[in-house]
Design a protein. Structure first.
Length: 149
């Protein structure tokens, strides 16, 4: 898939764009596991930075940054790339955009919980695995981190 014309921007929690992003996230991250987002899940995302990538007027990729328990670190969460765009470079572009936002916010770096199926993707982007594999939403994950120079 061609990524020319891909544009990233922050979207507002509770907006129509946020609702569109929830549809994408549900299709990619939750429905395959037999899960859905609850009202509490959605309400808990207020105050996060929500980023969507738009191509031809539709959201094709999404991710968020939230404050982390570790001082000056941010946590990247809920990264979702539409199925037909996976492998196109859109996910890599989203991570670069989120890292730039984190640097602008003077973050020390980013931590994330990568699904085992996505851990090699983050390995290639310079994220380091920490500790042992663990279960989250019923599937194996790795805690990963990338410190900024």
């Amino acid at each position: 898939m061609k990524t020319d014309g891909l544009a990233f921007r922050e979207i507002v929690h509770g907006s129509a764009e946020y609702a569109e992003a929830l549809v994408l996230r549900n299709a990619i991250l939750r429905a395959p596991l037999g899960l859905r987002y609850s009202a509490e899940d959605i309400a808990g995302e207020q105050g996060f930075r929500h980023v969507a990538g738009f191509l031809d007027g539709r959201i094709v990729v999404y991710g968020q940054l939230k404050p982390c328990a570790e001082a000056n670190w941010l946590q990247m969460k809920q990264v979702a790339v539409e199925a037909r765009s996976q492998g196109s470079g859109i996910g890599r572009a989203l991570v670069a955009f989120l890292e730039a936002l984190a640097r602008e916010a003077a973050a020390t770096g980013i931590v994330l919980h990568a699904r085992e199926s996505a851990a090699e993707f983050y390995d290639r982007l310079g994220y380091i695995r920490e500790g042992e594999r663990f279960l989250e939403v019923g599937i194996p994950h790795w805690k990963m981190r990338k410190a900024f120079p």
